[in-house]
Ligand binder design. Structure first.
Ligand code: 7RM
Length: 650
């Protein structure tokens, strides 16, 4: 575990409170504890009141059905459509000409779509999908760059009731294939390629074989973004532009039940196979609309920028559904922060007068290292609120962000949540909650969270334990797609009646929560979740590898980096060439984010007598710590030899 531990906290004495700056409280919507009080008084009527802010075709007749845990239902028999709540509703309220989506490409091209224009595009693509035979409940996979069409495709799915599965554009075609096969998608929406640091990354042409191996796929729709060449497969592949030419508008939203599936998003767990996290319609939208409104202090004139990719939950909830259901203007950027120069983000904030900026600690630590002069070149005084998500933020990075980016005028909302939770769970309310650098502060109103020990008992202040959620919340995952057993086992069996998050945490004397990181075999590389087992299975698929153990090694910028220990098959020689080949192999199987930073060959892996790999020991070796208890080890010699081999390289 990394993160902000009690000892570090006490050592550094970072107890200082940061109250909402005056400039912020002057305009904020909420600067008292009324929301906390209301929710505390009656949690369920709080959520019921929040749900009234959506447009329901038919109101629910039961707020929460908890008769059959962990299969909770929210807003039972309520009917609504998500795209209608994100688009039509605002247009009917006179916001048709307001910017819904503002886009800048890596090469500087810029497009913005008003709510009316976005609705038109969404209707057209809904009609196109409809003509392709996509019906309510069918799955559609979206494998795209960060361009407006990606969001149009997501919203069109929700308009016709199709279940989208967005696969991060940086995942490899092999990973794409696994996810298409698992979701049995009928249609795949992709692009010819994407721009990244001045280069074209091919998408459609790279996925030639992968797509051919997916029998469920009837059509592939391709957006031309880069002009990169690909072979159009007759009868299956269609161009986005051609489909849109003949598509019809308007297209009526399909009425959905509150518990109808909305999307599947694959996320890493503790086995080699990613979990298809399933979210449904009503509860998810109530959760993300409410949290967006209060956590990001939604104001009509905001230009809001969340730097995540739509391939992650943060993109789903806080680029698309949260901002649009509130009628905000959401900005998206196609490229990376360091191209063409390391001031790209500050340039964009200046150009678009961004007011709310939400990014990840790994990015903040990079900005910090690159130096203040990149920031100082630009007028970023439009900013009024900052956010952080994805991993624990160290107090140093927090303070830098606060002072250098926020100029000590912007609260920072450090939001803890997961793909599974759908919405922010632990977070400050920016006009209300005093901040402590490194702490995610408190549960969002209407959410109940605790830290417990091995026996599920609440821990005292300063005591490390496991983070759990004590009662159901609207945007919670409903299941793992096609695998209810794993759903029950992963989240609900550890502690009866409590949702197990997989994170370690502690509370301080003021009841503030401090996150320490994952306690399971899930890595957090630059805020992205990668399972150790996923990387291990990719490695052992290589013909030279016999066995592999993967660990996360503390990394100053990325939080963690991947180190792999590999044993080779008889007669195979472990040399630098093979290291490179194995790294490439993992990139191919999963994607560049899972590529190990270092690979070591060893004759054996350290295992317990029952044959479990002791990753803890490997972590200690990699981080050059004293090894703790090794008495359960099957063959203590192994450690000496790994240490020797590892030491020789460092
Ligand atoms: C939103 C997202 C979830 C895991 C989670 C934590 C870690 C996320 C924070 C954080 C400390 C934070 N979803 N995490 N946010 N740790 N402080 N503010 O990242 O499903 O991809 O990852 O990320 O370990 O369990 S995720």
């Amino acid at each position: 575990m990394s993160g902000n531990s009690p000892d570090e906290y006490l050592n550094k004495n970072r107890g200082k409170l940061f109250h909402p700056p005056d400039s912020f409280t002057k305009t904020t919507r909420l600067n008292d504890d009324s929301l906390y009080r209301k929710a505390k008084q009656d949690r369920l009527s709080f959520w019921s009141e929040m749900a009234e802010n959506l447009h329901w075709v038919e109101k629910w007749d039961q707020l929460l059905d908890d008769a059959n845990p962990p299969y909770y239902k929210w807003f039972v028999n309520g009917k609504l459509n998500i795209s209608e709540n994100c688009l039509d509703v605002h247009i009917n309220n006179g916001l048709g000409d307001k910017k819904a989506l503002v886009f800048e490409g890596e090469n500087g091209d810029s497009v913005s779509l008003t709510y009316s224009q976005l609705l038109k595009e969404v209707c057209k693509f809904s009609s196109a999908l409809n003509k392709l035979g996509v019906k309510k409940g069918d799955a559609v996979t979206i494998w795209m760059p960060m361009i407006p069409e990606s969001i149009v495709a997501m919203l069109a799915c929700t308009r016709i009731g199709a279940v989208h599965s967005v696969v991060f554009g940086g995942f490899s075609p092999d990973a794409l294939k696994d996810r298409i096969l698992d979701s049995e998608s009928k249609v795949v929406v992709t692009a010819d390629g994407s721009y990244r640091r001045g280069k074209v990354i091919p998408l459609r042409s790279a996925a030639e074989e992968a797509l051919d191996e997916c029998p469920s796929v009837e059509n592939v729709v391709i957006v031309k973004r880069t002009g990169n060449d690909f072979k159009l497969k007759e009868g299956r592949d269609l161009l986005w532009s051609e489909l849109m030419e003949t598509a019809e508008d308007p297209f009526d939203p399909v009425v959905m039940d509150a518990e109808d599936p909305l999307f599947i998003l694959y996320s890493s767990g503790t086995t080699g196979k990613p979990k298809g996290i399933l979210h449904t319609t009503g509860g998810y939208l109530v959760g993300v609309k409410t949290t967006f409104q209060y956590v990001f202090d939604h104001r009509e004139d905001d230009i809001y920028w969340c730097t995540a990719d739509i391939g992650w939950i943060t993109g789903h909830s806080y680029i698309v559904y949260g901002p649009l259901s509130n009628g905000s203007s959401t900005f998206i950027y196609e490229g990376t922060p360091d191209y063409p120069e390391r001031d790209r983000f500050w340039e964009l904030i200046e150009k678009y007068r961004i007011t709310v900026f939400y990014t990840a600690p790994t990015a903040i630590r990079s900005f910090m290292r690159w130096g203040n002069h990149y920031v100082d070149k630009h007028d970023i005084s439009s900013l009024r609120l900052l956010g952080s998500v994805g991993e624990p933020i160290n107090p140093e990075a927090w303070l830098w962000y606060y002072e250098q980016i926020g100029k000590s005028n912007c609260p920072i909302v450090d939001t803890w949540w997961q793909t599974e939770t759908g919405m922010t769970i632990l977070t400050p309310l920016p006009g209300v909650t005093p901040l402590k650098p490194g702490s995610v502060t408190m549960p969002f109103p209407g959410v109940e969270v605790d830290v417990v020990d091995d026996d599920g008992k609440s821990t005292g202040p300063g005591q490390k334990g496991f983070l759990v959620i004590k009662s159901p919340w609207p945007a919670m995952l409903r299941n793992l797609y096609g695998d209810p057993e794993r759903f029950e086992k992963t989240y609900w069996e550890q502690y009866p009646g409590l949702y197990f998050t997989g994170d370690g945490a502690w509370k301080d004397n003021d009841g503030y929560f401090w996150i320490m990181g994952r306690v399971d075999d899930v890595l957090n590389i630059s805020g992205h979740r990668i399972g150790t087992m996923e990387v291990e299975s990719a490695l052992v698929e290589h013909p030279s590898a016999a066995e592999a153990a993967v660990i996360g090694k503390a990394d100053e910028i990325k939080g963690q980096s991947i180190t792999a220990f590999v044993t080779l098959k008889e007669g195979v020689e472990g040399n630098d060439e093979l290291v490179q080949e194995l790294k490439k192999h993992v990139s191919k199987k999963i994607g560049a984010i899972a590529r190990p930073q270092e690979i070591f060959f060893t004759y054996e892996l350290p295992k317990t007598r029952s044959g479990k790999i002791m990753r803890r020991l490997l972590r200690d070796i990699a981080e050059q710590r004293d090894l703790g208890d090794v008495t359960t080890l099957m063959d203590p010699q192994v450690i000496a030899s790994i240490k020797e081999g590892y030491g020789a390289k460092h």
